[in-house]
Design a protein around this ligand. Structure first.
Ligand SMILES: Nc1ncnc2c1ncn2[C@@H]1O[C@H](COP(=O)(O)OP(=O)(O)OP(=O)(O)O)[C@@H](O)[C@H]1O
Ligand SMILES: O=P(O)(O)OC[C@H]1O[C@H](OP(=O)(O)OP(=O)(O)O)[C@H](O)[C@@H]1O
Length: 229
C-alpha cells in the first residue's frame, strides 16, 4: 500500500492536512496527540507521521512513496536529489528563505564580492578563516563555490544560529528567515545577492519506492486530483 509521509507536528503538519483536505483526501491523526499514527480517508494510502527533517531520507530509501517537506531540506540532505525524488507539487505554504547574512556594522559588505574581499582581509588580520555558522552545510558550500567565494570555514550550528555572531563563534551566518525578525534582533543584514534558496513545503515522490500496480494506480488518481495545479 502507498505510504505518505507528512510532518508530525506544528504548522507544517496542520497546513499539510488542510492542503490534502481541500483536494478531497482527509488525513487524520489516530490515537492521542502524542501518538505518531494516522490514516487517510478517501484513498488507499497509509499515513506516516515523521519529523520534516527525516522525510528526505525516508523518500530516498523508498520507505515512503510520497512525502511532504521543505524543498530546502530535500536539497540539503539528498546529494543529487533530482535523481532520487520527483517534486510533484509546490504546496504554497512553509515559505522560508535560506540566506547569507553578516553583521549590520560591516558597512562595506553588501554583496558576495564584498564578502569575498572581507574574507581575504579577515584571514590576513586574524590568522584564521572567516566563519559562517549554519546547519545547511551542503547548500552553503555549493552556493559559495558557484560564486567564487572560497576563503571561509563552516561552523556547525543546529539552532539559534543568529546568536553565534554575538557569541563570537562565527562572523557570518546562513539560516532560514521568514519575517526577518530574528536577523534584525541580532543586528544582522542579508547580502543583496545572498539568497541561497527560496523554500516552501513541497509534495515529493520517491523514485526508489516500490511502485507496484496498486501504488501506481493510486498515484495516477492523485495526479488527476492535482492535475489543475
Ligand atoms: N519560520 C520558520 N522557521 C523554521 N522553519 C521554517 C520556517 N518557515 C518555514 N520553515 C520550514 O520548515 C521546515 C522545518 O520544519 P521543522 O522545524 O518542523 O523540521 P525539523 O527540524 O525536522 O523538526 P524537528 O524539530 O522534529 O526535528 C524547513 O523546510 C523550513 O524551511
Ligand atoms: O525570520 P524569522 O521569522 O525571525 O524566522 C527565522 C527563525 O526561525 C527559525 O528558527 P526556529 O524558531 O525554527 O528555531 P531554530 O533556531 O532551532 O532553527 C530559523 O532558524 C530562524 O532562527
Amino acid at each position: 500500500m502507498m505510504r505518505l509521509g507528512v510532518p508530525s507536528k506544528g504548522r507544517l503538519m496542520e497546513k499539510t492536512f488542510d492542503w490534502f483536505g481541500a483536494r478531497g483526501l482527509v488525513l487524520e491523526r489516530t490515537g492521542s496527540d502524542r501518538e505518531y499514527a494516522g490514516r487517510v480517508d478517501g484513498a488507499e494510502m497509509a499515513l506516516v507521521l515523521l519529523s520534516a527533517g527525516e522525510i528526505p531520507r525516508e523518500l530516498a530509501a523508498g520507505r515512503i512513496h510520497l512525502g511532504v517537506t521543505g524543498s530546502d531540506l530535500v536539497r540539503e540532505k539528498l546529494v543529487g536529489w533530482e535523481a532520487r525524488v520527483e517534486a510533484m507539487a509546490p504546496m504554497g505554504f512553509g515559505h522560508a528563505d535560506l540566506v547569507l547574512a553578516v553583521p549590520k556594522v560591516w558597512v562595506d559588505v553588501e554583496t558576495l564580492d564584498d564578502l569575498d574581499a572581507a574574507a581575504a582581509q579577515f584571514r590576513a588580520t586574524h590568522g584564521h578563516r572567516l566563519r559562517i555558522a549554519t546547519k545547511y552545510h551542503r547548500l552553503v558550500r555549493e552556493f559559495l563555490r558557484g560564486h567564487g567565494v572560497a576563503d571561509y570555514a563552516i561552523v556547525d550550528s543546529q539552532g539559534a544560529t543568529e546568536g553565534t555572531v554575538l557569541n563570537e563563534t562565527a562572523e557570518a551566518i546562513a539560516d532560514i528567515t521568514s519575517t526577518g525578525d530574528t536577523l534584525r534582533a541580532n543586528h544582522l543584514k542579508i547580502l543583496s545577492d545572498g539568497l541561497i534558496h527560496a523554500s516552501q513545503a513541497t509534495l515529493f515522490r520517491s523514485l526508489a519506492a516500490d511502485w507496484s500496480a496498486q501504488e501506481t494506480a493510486e498515484l495516477d488518481r492523485l495526479r488527476g486530483v492535482l492535475g489543475g495545479e
